[in-house]
Design a protein around this ligand. Structure first.
Ligand SMILES: Cc1cc2nc3c(=O)[nH]c(=O)nc-3n(C[C@H](O)[C@H](O)[C@H](O)COP(=O)(O)OP(=O)(O)OC[C@H]3O[C@@H](n4cnc5c(N)ncnc54)[C@H](O)[C@@H]3O)c2cc1C
Length: 426
């Protein structure tokens, strides 16, 4: 696997951002209809907010409306730290409207309940219909509640998933604090694709850090539907060196997949075994946020196929889908990837509204995971659009080596977090 250095990555990242913006600014001279064009962005998370802001940055005269159902956004990045008591819950909350409003985005606090791709309008909960020339959907994920026998939305009220930040984050945190001495924490992990591929293993590491200090005879069991996982070498190294004997990873090759869960007794039955937990964290299989069903934009996998040149749906012209909800393989579903896609999509939307051909995007993902409060590991990928296959292709990738400087990565990870929140919400 080819690797890239941090300096090379940063130069690519900054360079590509610059190229995209240059291309877009060039469209402005001929964009004689942009001041009459309407773009609606649905979802004010990492993908949607960054798309709305990028549209206004590229074409200030464009009418951009962002619709988000929640007044305060609760960030999943950082939520593993909250579970492990390293960060206050309040640090996850961000105001959706203020930063975007400052840039001239019209922010509406409402839920979209209808999409009409033919008439090109959306309907809000109060019945208001808003017309659009281009619609960008960024609804994140929902859970496939029927995927694991015995586990459903009602069960999640006492067996948390904590895979959307909020009450679930606090429920898992409280259960860990209240666990008996020497108890077992079991985390079930779904097969790909799902939100934040390294997230479950970061969670296991940070829970191990908490338990090492508060309940050192406790153990963590990871029951995985996969046979390999993101940043596996570095995570495995961390568990052996920092938390010896505390974290056990059980792959589907070893025990088979989860057969069913007895939520009353907190027992996970795999095909060949069963495990009783004191604290059970079930991360269910996922799909695109339900919003996409309003225009039937998902495929049988539950995710939305798009052409990555513009992130336009292959099922409904004029509707673009970005972030966790879209299929942008081989990009993972992360906040960083969502932000990268949002900028490429905004650039393409402005080009299309101006009658121009969108430029071929170069997209980046850079994903950090903490293994304790100070040390982090990362994985990086650079992706380009392949016109022949209408696909993205990995140009280069790399990840932290087991003997890398993890403390320095920890500093970079904290910097990234601060920067990401500022760029998205300020
Ligand atoms: C534990 C954990 C840790 C993570 N850590 C990292 C990390 O360190 N780095 C990283 O890059 N990524 C991380 N991620 C992944 C990251 O959270 C997601 O990839 C990211 O949130 C995706 O952004 P999005 O905008 O697609 O979706 P979301 O952030 O979920 O935003 C979707 C928004 O759409 C709104 N919405 C949905 N339907 C409607 C509707 N009908 N009307 C109006 N609004 C609607 C929702 O309210 C929501 O605000 C982590 C995830 C988890 C679970």
């Amino acid at each position: 696997m080819p690797t890239i250095s941090r300096r090379h990555f940063l130069s690519l990242g900054l360079g590509c951002g610059g190229l995209l913006l240059d291309a877009c600014w060039q469209t402005q001279g001929t964009a004689n209809h942009l001041d009459r064009a309407k773009v609606i962005v649905a979802g004010g998370g990492f993908a949607g907010l960054n798309a709305a802001k990028a549209l206004k940055r590229i074409a200030p005269e464009l009418h951009v409306t962002l619709v988000e159902k929640k007044a305060a956004y609760l960030s999943c990045p950082g939520s593993n730290q909250v579970i492990a008591g390293m960060m206050p819950f309040s640090a996850l909350a961000h105001d959706v409207a203020s930063g975007a409003t400052k840039m001239g985005v019209n922010v509406l606090a409402s839920t979209i309940i209808g999409i009409d791709p033919q008439k090109k309008n959306i309907t809000l909960t109060d019945g208001t219909q808003l017309p659009y020339d281009r619609l960008i959907l960024a609804p994140g994920i929902d859970f496939r509640w029927d995927a694991i026998e015995g586990y459903n939305e009602a069960a999640s009220k006492h067996i948390p998933h904590a895979w959307k930040a909020g009450a679930q984050t606090l429920l898992l945190q409280h259960q860990l604090r209240a666990m008996r001495t020497g108890g077992i924490v079991a985390i079930t992990v779904p097969d790909n694709p799902y939100r934040c591929p390294p997230g479950p293993y970061e969670r296991a590491s940070l829970i191990a850090h908490f338990l090492k200090n508060h309940n050192p005879r406790a153990k963590i069991l990871i029951l995985d539907a996969k046979s390999r996982f993101s940043k596996q070498a570095a995570f495995t190294h961390a568990w052996q060196k920092i938390y010896p004997g505390m974290v056990e990873w059980i792959s589907s090759e070893h025990e088979g997949r989860i057969d069913h869960i007895d939520t009353r007794h907190r027992i996970v039955h795999t095909e060949f075994n069963h495990h009783k937990a004191d604290v059970l964290n079930v991360i269910p299989p996922q799909r695109a946020g339900k919003l996409v069903e309003l225009a039937d934009l998902q495929d049988p996998t539950g995710w939305c196929p798009v052409t990555p040149l513009t992130f336009e749906s292959v099922k409904a012209p004029g509707i673009h889908i970005i972030g966790d909800a879209c299929i942008a393989t081989p990009m993972p579903k992360s906040a960083f990837a969502a932000q990268s896609q949002s900028r490429a999509c905004a650039s393409a939307v402005v080009a299309l509204l101006s009658g121009k051909t969108p430029t071929h995007p170069i997209l980046i993902n850079h994903c950090y995971s903490f293994v304790d409060p100070e040390r982090a590991i990362s994985v990086t990928g650079v992706y380009s659009y392949q016109p022949s296959g209408k696909m993205l292709e990995t140009l280069s990738s790399g990840e932290t080596a087991p003997d890398g400087d993890w403390r320095q990565e920890g500093i970079y990870a904290s910097d990234w977090y601060g920067l990401m929140m500022k760029e998205t919400f300020d």
